[in-house]
Write a protein that binds this ligand. Structure first.
Ligand code: ZN
Length: 324
């Protein structure tokens, strides 16, 4: 469904100027211009509601309620194509997404065929941009004046009128003092809940081309959270060479250097970490230490290489043929 959605960009959604540009439009542009309008409630004749505002995933899944098998930790400030390519790459059991990103634009039909052939085309991923109802929070406002990455025009807002719930919206949880109805303060509850019910629940760490994920406060908080819960964590990166190049930055990662769109979020995240020195040391170890995520990444490439999975070689050959 995600690849189909991607293929509709520039046609069903984001067809007007500035038309969807895979090289320049970021996830946040796609949320404003495709995810939100595509999941807004509609009224028919005589103002009768024909569809409710919902999370885009509800629309994709025909309102059926299912558990995700994996969650994707990603940043809205990265190319949307990277995000889709990362999910496809992970579904195919691969770790380097560059060639699959190129295929998405040049031959999505071939990519869909590969996914079907792998048997993983229906794997369910939780992706905040799709799985959170944007109409219950951000759709009706644009307080930071977010602009289209191509035209620089300020993004419009949605007038669906669905009641909004932010972190301070009453009623508040008596102990946590956080809004009960708000969805966006419950990422860690969602992770705990799904992980408690499914020991195979995995986190996919979407390392976009600019490696911006490692400078986002929310993403780092999610990484630490998943590690604490002993969830399996997998990196998907542009290429192994790119990862090596950024190794030094990751070795010196510090939570104090992270950014968040809302300064209040950064404060909240920092306030939640009592010993920042210890947190930084454990993040650095998680990423670049022995048996850390980088190590595991290199090992998984080695394993894929050594196993010489039959289908994998055929697929690699097909990908390079299609891209040549
Ligand atoms: Zn709305």
């Amino acid at each position: 469904a995600l690849v189909d959605f991607y293929c509709e960009l520039g046609d069903v959604y984001m067809a007007d100027y500035p038309k969807f540009d895979p090289e320049r439009h970021l996830t946040k542009d796609v949320v404003r211009r495709a995810v939100i309008p595509g999941s807004a409630g509609r009224k028919g004749v005589g103002d009768v509601v024909t569809s409710r505002s919902c999370a885009y995933s509800s629309k994709m899944m025909n309102d059926s309620i299912t558990y995700p098998l994996k969650m994707v930790t990603h940043t809205w400030g990265a190319l949307f194509r990277d995000l889709v390519a990362i999910v496809v790459t992970d579904a195919l059991g691969e770790r380097e997404f560059k060639p699959f990103g190129q295929l998405l634009d040049r031959n999505p039909a071939a990519l869909k065929e590969m996914l079907q052939f792998s048997g993983m085309s229906q794997t369910r991923y939780w992706i905040c941009a799709f799985s959170v109802c944007q109409h219950a929070s951000i759709c009706g406002g644009n307080p930071h004046g977010d602009r289209d990455s191509v035209s620089g025009e300020v993004h419009g807002i949605c007038d669906c009128g669905l009641p909004k719930a932010f972190n301070s919206t009453e009623p508040l949880h008596p102990q946590k003092q956080e809004s009960i109805s708000c969805e966006i303060n419950k990422f860690s509850d969602m992770m705990k809940f799904v992980a408690a019910n499914d020991s195979m629940f995995e986190q996919v760490i979407a390392v976009d081309s600019s490696f911006s994920i490692f400078s986002r406060a929310w993403c780092i908080a999610e990484l630490a959270e998943a590690h604490q819960m002993h969830m399996r964590q997998n990196l998907v990166v542009p290429s192994q060479a790119d990862l090596q190049e950024h190794g030094d930055t990751l070795r010196h990662i510090r939570v104090e250097d992270m950014e968040a769109t809302r300064p209040a979020d950064k404060e909240m995240i920092l306030a939640g970490i009592k010993d920042k020195g210890a947190f930084n040391a454990s993040m650095q170890a998680l990423l670049t230490g022995k048996d850390g995520l980088l190590d595991a990444f290199n090992q998984s490439l080695d394993t894929l290489e050594t196993l010489k999975v039959v289908g994998r070689i055929a697929r690699q050959r097909r990908v390079s043929e299609l891209l040549s």
